[in-house]
Design a protein around this ligand. Structure first.
Ligand SMILES: Nc1nc2c(ncn2[C@@H]2O[C@H](COP(=O)(O)OP(=O)(O)O)[C@@H](O)[C@H]2O)c(=O)[nH]1
Ligand SMILES: [Mg+2]
Length: 270
């Protein structure tokens, strides 16, 4: 309780007034909301869930993973694959141990820049879940072109790296502005597509691994200051149990749950 109420003022504009004054504003706002509109009260409580930016390039599986983490069955959403608008998902739990996920569009459209500003600057999130797919991002055709997307795995890995460089820069500047550590979880997704190479993939995406991605992470930690940024790397599959799937539905659920547990630990829930 104390923890969540303490962090609440962060989502309000800072700098002009002190924290005590902001606290009073919040309390007053709550009371007047309670008197007028009950639905706004529930909105107030939802806002106290830690917020998590879900980043990563288009086609890596951000939306499906956010759906799973929020307890929705994938496909229950109407969002387009490669959505250009920020998707919002809430993981509700008993007590206040839920999360709010903000899925940043992966395509480099103007909407993406706005979304990045929102989650890393305007209303900085508590943590970042960066999704990668070991080169298995679903290739999408650019609007107006025909034919199947034909990027090779090498090209996809290069694209993931380039995409991460943009996000990493935003994470670094958020970390240096902030008075408490920022956490970053790399979700190595779609492991059902490379079941025998999961360890190698996790290694590739880990700090200190000597890989191109590892080098980017090392750079980010140096820039942010090591103590200000924690990095976790966890494998996950949002899919499983289909007839030819290499990962069972149960195994997929175990991986998604392990990721959720780690997010909860990093948020101080447990
Ligand atoms: N095999 C497999 N496919 C996945 C997984 N997660 C997502 N996908 C597929 O990858 C594509 C992109 O997923 P989506 O969540 O829309 O990616 P986003 O663009 O990052 O939001 C879709 O066709 C999904 O069905 C996964 O864990 N395993
Ligand atoms: Mg999406």
């Amino acid at each position: 309780m104390a923890r969540t109420s303490h962090r609440f003022p962060r989502s309000l504009p800072r700098g002009r007034t002190g924290r005590a004054a902001l606290g009073a504003t919040v309390a007053g706002g709550l009371l007047s909301a309670a008197a007028t509109a009950p639905e706004r009260v529930s909105q107030f409580f939802r806002r106290r869930y830690p917020t998590v930016a879900v980043t990563g390039m288009t086609g890596v599986g951000k939306s499906q993973l956010a759906d799973r983490l929020a307890g929705r069955s994938p496909g229950s959403t109407t969002a387009d694959v490669g959505s250009a608008v920020m998707e919002r998902r809430t993981r509700r739990t008993s007590g206040l141990h839920g999360f709010r996920f903000l899925v940043v569009p992966g395509d480099n459209a103007a909407t993406r820049l706005g979304a990045l500003d929102e989650v890393f600057h305007d209303e900085p999130v508590d943590g970042v879940l960066h999704v990668v797919a070991n080169g298995y991002a679903t290739a999408r055709r650019a609007a107006g072109t025909t034919g199947a997307g034909s990027a090779t795995r090498e090209q996809q890995l290069a694209a993931e790296l380039e995409d991460f460089a943009i996000t990493a820069h935003r994470v670094a500047s958020m970390a240096v502005r902030r008075d408490k550590p920022v956490w970053l979880v790399i979700a190595v997704s779609k492991v059902d597509l490379y079941p025998d190479d999961i360890d190698a993939a996790v290694h590739y995406y880990s700090p200190g691994s000597g890989s191109p991605f590892g080098a980017k992470l090392d750079e980010l930690r140096a820039l942010a200051g090591g103590a200000r940024l924690s990095v976790d790397v966890l494998p996950v599959s949002s899919q499983g149990g289909d007839r030819n799937a290499a990962v069972s539905a149960k195994r997929s659920a175990v991986l998604v749950d392990a990721l959720a547990v780690r997010l909860a630990q990093l948020s101080g829930h447990v």
